[in-house]
Design a protein around this ligand. Structure first.
Ligand SMILES: [Zn+2]
Length: 627
């Protein structure tokens, strides 16, 4: 794929590609524009024709043509690759016509099925009962059409026969999740689901096979679930009113080649533009909430389909916005689930606001009964911490010890998750004041709780938190160092040598690649970028770090190149600071071990650790004096 990327880049000029989306003006050697990714009045978006990349000094985004198209169109890298390959007239090497054909057939089937279900709703069996039900729930016909709701009629082989008559093979249909395969080929079972009357028309070869499959969705309202671009990937199907209530209320498409529930956000295709425009997304509970909110003009709204919010979904959301508003379900089961989602968002750096609803209401109810009130609640959403704060103080009595303990316990649990130290401090102070407890006591308590609580979070997030907090400063210094290396080949060369002599223990993929590929690419930024071409996230990060070190805006908002008088001097400074941070980390580790040794009464270990600690402290002092 690396070759594909190079070929495409060689054939396309970044100025032409971006010029199709935004108006570029020449500014010295570079081009400038108003940034399409954030609101601005004077241009801080810069395009370098020479380096074939772009950077925004306002929102700090940057990348190459692939990154731009991804960001602009909300595409995955693969999809952006396809778009640009076509534009460049490059045939992708990994392009597998057969696999592609299979995928297209699956998408065709999924799309055709939606049409079938729609016809059943508007003209077929669903015309009376189902359509009336939806209208009673407050949905307008145009909304039902916009979201392409449908009806899967009663019976075992409606969609199956419909699709087979259109020339699709049973295996193909089965792969889309529309069917259920009976366990084991049992001819007896077929008598339970007698062949329907259309059966004789079907190719007889299928007769035996067909009895082993039946429709997954029967007598259900169909909600098609689409990807960001509106392609149908699967369905959520609600039991029809008056239907078999012993069945699950919702049945969703199982995991298939194209449908992964942990990555799906219902309504995203219709919400994405509005999410970008408003700078926030509203997360509601169910499909009906999305549709009803949409109908009353709240359009930046999505729902998760049959799962708790996942990290994959958060990552998708982050492509569009860093701000999320959530509805908070008041019953206690819902409360716990929401709290977990809120924490996952906070831990992933999203700003979360909570929208409160009246007891027992969901967004769909409110949209129907009182859309103005719903809108008001969304506007008045409280930052998550503020919300928890108010709620917890209402729940417990702050005037007795037991109440104080409960309040601190509940609140510190969430404070522990916050990424921002200033914010953390603010809340500790506030809790302390309101409960008349010292900040010191709260901070001590926070340490205990944060350990306990973090272990409860999903392991992935746990790892993030664990590695992020202590190395935050070191990571920052490393970014500066990498910037210097990418801009100045001599420093890159020198740094590679010096860093190998130390034991810094960075967990940074870009940095590893820089050390690995420096020599090979002659410590040249452009060659390096080519070398790591298909690692797109790292590629973009490299370009970002590079441009922050290389360019700045002058007072007149012109892009100017930064010329450091003595980059080597700057390198030495960063290098020393990083060394100091590493020593401090080491000391932390030792003091931890020391506590353990003390507890277990291991004298030998204690002596050794004290010596180590003394040695490192001395080294640290020496480094500090060098300043
Ligand atoms: Zn920008």
């Amino acid at each position: 794929m690396g070759n594909d990327i190079e070929e495409i880049k060689a054939k396309l000029n970044i100025v032409d590609v971006l010029g199709e989306y935004i108006k570029l003006d020449k500014a010295g050697a570079n081009w400038r524009a108003l940034c399409p990714f954030h609101n601005e009045k004077s241009p801080s978006f810069m395009v370098s024709e020479e380096k074939q990349f772009w950077h925004c000094f306002g929102c700090q985004k940057s990348g190459d043509i692939f990154g731009f198209v991804m960001e602009m169109e909300g595409l995955e890298f693969r999809e952006a690759l396809k778009v640009l390959a076509e534009k460049a007239g490059v045939k992708l090497q990994n392009y597998s016509p057969q696999k592609e054909e299979e995928k297209n057939r699956a998408l065709e089937i999924l799309e055709l099925a939606v049409k079938f279900y729609e016809v059943q709703l508007w003209k077929g069996e669903g015309k009376e009962k189902i359509l009336n039900y939806l209208r009673e729930r407050g949905l307008k016909d145009e909304t039902i059409k916009e979201f392409r709701l449908g009806y899967a009629p009663k019976g075992w082989r409606n969609i199956l026969e419909f699709l087979i008559k259109r020339g699709y093979k049973i295996e193909e249909i089965n792969k889309t999740g529309l069917l259920v395969q009976k366990s084991g080929p049992s001819p007896v079972a077929s008598t339970r689901h007698p062949l329907s009357k259309g059966e004789e028309e079907i190719n007889p070869n299928y007769k035996l096979q067909i009895t082993n499959y039946y429709d997954r969705f029967r007598d259900r309202i169909i909600f098609p679930i689409a990807d960001f671009s509106g392609r149908v990937l699967g369905y959520s199907a609600r039991v029809a009113p008056g239907g078999d209530e012993s069945q699950a209320k919702y049945v969703n498409t199982p995991e298939t080649e194209s449908y992964h529930k942990s990555r799906v956000l219902y309504g995203l295709d219709k919400a994405k533009a509005e999410i970008k425009k408003q700078g926030s997304v509203l997360l509601v509970e169910g499909n009906m909430d999305v549709i009803a909110s949409h109908q009353v003009g709240i359009k930046n709204v999505v729902a998760v389909s049959g799962t708790a919010l996942t990290e994959d979904q958060i990552n998708i959301i982050k492509r569009y916005t860093k701000n999320i508003q959530m509805f908070f379900d008041m019953d206690s089961a819902g409360e716990n689930a929401t709290k977990k989602s809120v924490k996952l968002c906070l831990a992933n750096g999203l700003a979360v606001k909570i929208v409160s609803l009246l007891q027992g209401k969901d967004a769909a109810d409110m949209a129907k009964e009182n859309p103005k009130e719903l809108e008001k609640n969304v506007v008045e959403a409280l930052p998550a911490m503020e919300y928890f704060f108010q709620k917890t103080f209402k729940k417990f009595d702050k005037n007795n010890l037991e109440g104080k303990k409960k309040i601190t316990e509940e609140l510190l649990e969430t404070v522990a998750i916050l990424e921002n130290e200033v914010e953390k401090n603010y809340w500790i102070k506030k809790i302390g004041e309101d409960l008349d407890i010292s900040e010191k006591a709260l901070t001590d308590e926070l340490k205990k709780i944060s350990l306990k609580d973090k272990s409860k979070l999903i392991s992935n997030t746990l790892d993030n938190l664990k590695t992020q907090e202590p190395i935050a400063k070191k990571e920052m210094l490393l970014q500066e160092l990498m910037g210097l290396m990418l801009v100045y080949p001599t420093i890159w060369k020198e740094a590679s040598k010096r860093i190998r002599e130390e034991n810094f223990n960075f967990k940074n993929e870009l940095f590893d690649l820089m050390l690995e590929n420096g020599e090979k690419t002659n410590f040249d930024f452009a060659s390096f970028i080519n070398e790591i071409g298909d690692k797109i996230e790292i590629n973009q990060k490299a370009q970002n770090i590079f441009s922050q070190k290389k360019y700045r805006l002058d007072l007149n908002n012109n892009v100017e190149e930064i010329n450091l008088p003595d980059p080597m001097d700057e390198f030495e400074n960063y290098f020393r600071e990083i060394k100091k941070e590493s020593k401090k980390e080491e000391l932390d580790r030792i003091s931890n071990d020391l506590k353990i040794a003390e507890k277990s009464g291991d004298k030998e270990a204690k002596i050794f650790l004290c010596q180590e600690s003394g040695r490192i402290t001395k080294e640290l002092h020496e480094l500090e004096e060098k300043k």
